[in-house]
Design a protein. Sequence first.
Length: 182
Amino acid sequence: MKTTPTDLPGVLVVEPRVFGDDRGFFFESYTQNTFDAAVGAPVTFVQDNHSRSARGVLRGLHWQDAPHAQGKLVRVVAGEIYDVAVDLRHHSPTFGRWFGIRLSAANRAQLWLPAGLGHGFLVTSEFAEVLYKATDFYAPASERSIRYDDPELAIDWPDVGVAPVLSTKDAAAGNFGDWRKT
């Protein structure tokens, strides 16, 4: 497994070693001890999530506050997404900055987001299936969201030829500046 740090502290791009031949391929998508060593601390995942979405679906930006803050390990098993992490850790030197990467079934890359980061993705292919491991259980009372198109964050989402398709909840999300003042 190859891990590459991003500009956001603790956020890593994780790329597995892929073994392929004329039969297909094999890779370990997750191994506890290897992942813990790459992250630099033990990580316990308690929930796996799986979503399928059509081109243009934008999910996010979401996170959970303490005591149910979640770290996430995100990967795509079909199609492609543009995945975004936003640093929402108030004392971080990169607070309010974002990182984006294309994750796909073809490139097999994964993104590790430690607790305290907002997360969202845009489906760039006809459809995509996204899997992610979470370090805490879904807790609706701790769930938060910020608009994907917040002007202060200025995330450079790719043009996929259709307007973003949002859930009712994501369409009603507040702005970064309003959340920052709380």
